[in-house]
Design a protein around this ligand. Structure first.
Ligand code: GLN
Length: 231
């Protein structure tokens, strides 16, 4: 944990997937961040916040179980900010559809339902420009890289949960026919970055671009307000 509110330590779950790319992005930020690659419960204890990278959600959950991290991660999610990208977004969700046989263990943390590989085999991967008002330089679109991305299918905050805020969405005409419906029930499927309470998720991969504005956003909006005592 950071000392005296001066330095802030962001962990990156480093069991499988694109953790090195997240590390590089955090190190490029102007604000100096201590980065810990988290492979054990002891690593996790040092962290003020955590990023769960993209990769393969079933594998990450299995490796977390095997390394004794599953229960510490569930506790961490109930206390500190976590950002999940792609597979990490699946792990932050409350319920998951289209799981592998045997199901999918999740950490929860965000009151949403998500579907793995929700774009189907026709368009497993694609890129799309996102206009995101919360980012620095908001008129400059962010190139979203989607790789076998999950699709948000419902927001389901309980009465006393913090509200779910839509940080970025795809324009509906980018939805493939299989995902668009004549009524408005397809709306959550356009949501690709969501924030709730301490947590943040993106169904795409900001760490695979050289544009670090989502990393800056997470640190500014989710990590620092919880870290340095105000006033
Ligand atoms: N389809 C992967 C999963 O279910 C996620 C893909 C990704 O993280 N790029 O975990």
């Amino acid at each position: 944990m950071g000392v005296g509110g001066m330095s802030v330590t962001v962990g990156i779950l480093a069991l499988q997937g694109a953790f090195v790319e997240h590390e590089a992005a955090l190190q490029r930020l102007d604000r100096k961040i201590e980065v810990v690659l988290v492979k054990t419960p002891e690593d996790l204890e040092k962290c003020d916040a955590l990023i769960i990278p993209g990769g393969e959600s079933t594998t990450i959950a299995l490796l977390a179980r095997l390394s004794g991290l599953m229960d510490p991660l569930k506790k961490f999610v109930s206390e500190r900010p976590v950002w999940g990208t792609c597979a990490g977004a699946i792990l932050l969700s409350q319920t998951v559809e289209n799981t592998k046989k045997g199901g999918q263990e999740v950490l929860g943390g965000m009151s949403i339902g998500i579907a793995r590989n929700g774009w189907g085999s026709q368009i497993e991967s694609f890129e799309a420009d996102l206009t995101v008002s919360g980012l620095k330089d908001p008129e400059n679109p962010f190139r979203g890289v989607f790789i076998r991305a999950p699709v948000v299918i419902e927001l389901k905050p309980a009465a006393n949960d913090p509200p779910v805020e839509v940080v970025a969405s795809l324009s509906p005409e980018l939805l493939p026919p299989a995902l668009s419906a004549p009524d408005h029930s397809n709306e959550p499927k356009t949501f690709v970055a969501l924030r709730q309470g301490l947590h943040f998720l993106t169904t795409f991969h900001p760490e695979l671009t050289r544009d670090d504005r989502f990393h800056e956003y997470f640190v500014r909006e989710c990590v620092l307000p919880r870290h340095s005592p105000k006033g």
